[in-house]
Ligand binder design. Structure first.
Ligand code: DAH
Length: 339
């Protein structure tokens, strides 16, 4: 019996050495210490052992069983560790790959737009947006630009049909606002506008911001103070605003607004073509004809309006020479606005 125990011990040691997986160990467990396993079988044979030897043989069998169980458990732990390591290796994700990831950045037009809107919001302007597909009425007629009027030629229009067009100016929102809201009005309308025009300073689609203020006692001085406030924060504290007489059918009087050049501060440079001033927007007092057309009493109310291109503001602010750069989405250009 003792020899038998020794043989089983060695046989087990050999089989354990050959085991390569947790599953193999499970088979060994069943074979040796399972209910009808080899070691369990030995215990059953103990009744045949001479009574004086039973205790020592019983101890040997118990030691064998414990030894088998402990070795199985230890080896199982080792295998489980290796199997886990293999699994982790197989499922490994190389997070260092993310180091090369390029994060996007806000488009310069959006950045400048939000900066300008924030400045106007700070002095009480509300913001609204209108349709890009507009009627001839709101884009032209309500703004004192009748059918066949020569001033239409200033804006090369994409017509969808005789009545519908892609709006050429955010001024199209003026009459909509006056009709719908009525005074007092203090609104800003940003949005896309469209013109059949394309070169280094013109794009078939670009962005404008329209401003409209209608209330009692509004004067050109309010307009000048407002524009000065915004320009000084957008460019620099020294920026000055200059009005030059101009003509727009929907404002009377109309002005062209210049700012002192933010590059040379008025001394004259290539950006301002030596004049010290840069033309940035059109504006004026809302034409009483337009007010009346929208049901607003022009004896009681006055208003000012202005409109400018966001691309032009961004080109001046960042010294960008060609408007087309905004729409080409060349990553080398866009990356420069990361901060
Ligand atoms: N809508 C004009 C344009 O696109 C700009 C403009 C001029 C807007 C005078 C105004 C204004 O509100 O009063 O050229």
């Amino acid at each position: 019996m003792k020899q038998q125990i020794e043989n089983i011990k060695q046989e087990f040691a050999q089989e354990l050495q050959n085991a390569t997986s947790v599953a193999n160990l499970q088979e060994l467990r069943v074979k040796y210490v399972g209910k009808s396993g080899v070691v369990t079988g030995l215990l059953r044979q103990i009744k045949d052992v001479a009574p004086q030897d039973r205790a020592s043989v019983g101890n040997m069998i118990n030691d064998l069983r414990k030894g088998v169980e402990v070795q199985l458990a230890e080896t199982e732990e080792k295998f489980a560790q290796v199997e886990l390591e293999n699994k982790l290796k197989a499922e490994q994700i190389d997070i260092s790959l993310l180091n090369g990831q390029q994060w996007g950045t806000r488009h310069p037009i959006d950045k400048v737009k939000d900066e300008i809107i924030d400045l106007f919001k700070g002095i009480g302007f509300e913001v609204c947006e209108g349709p890009e597909l507009e009627t001839d009425y709101y884009n032209f007629q309500a703004l004192n630009i009748p059918l066949e009027h020569p001033s239409r030629d200033m804006q090369d229009t994409f017509y969808i049909n005789d009545n519908i067009l892609l709006r050429t100016q955010t001024s199209a929102m003026q009459a909509r606002l006056m009709e719908k809201k009525g005074p007092p009005i203090k609104m800003l309308c940003p949005g896309k506008v469209f013109r059949a025009d394309s070169d280094a300073s013109h794009s078939p689609v670009f962005h404008q911001i329209e401003g409209l203020v209608v209330d009692t006692d509004i004067t050109l001085r309010d307009l000048k103070g407002t524009l000065e406030y915004v320009a000084q924060r957008l460019f620099d504290e020294q920026t000055q605003v200059r009005f030059r007489p101009s003509y727009f059918p929907f404002t009377e009087p109309s002005v062209e607004v210049d700012l002192t050049c933010c590059n040379c501060h008025g001394k004259g440079c290539s950006l301002c073509k030596g004049t010290g001033w840069i033309e940035v927007l059109g504006a004026g007092m809302v034409n009483p004809f337009v007010l009346e057309n929208c049901g607003i009493d022009s004896n009681k109310y006055t208003g000012y309006a202005f409109g400018f291109g966001i691309e032009r503001m961004a080109m001046i602010k960042y010294g960008i020479p060609d408007i087309r750069l905004f729409f080409e989405n060349d990553i080398r250009f866009l990356k420069q606005f990361k901060k």
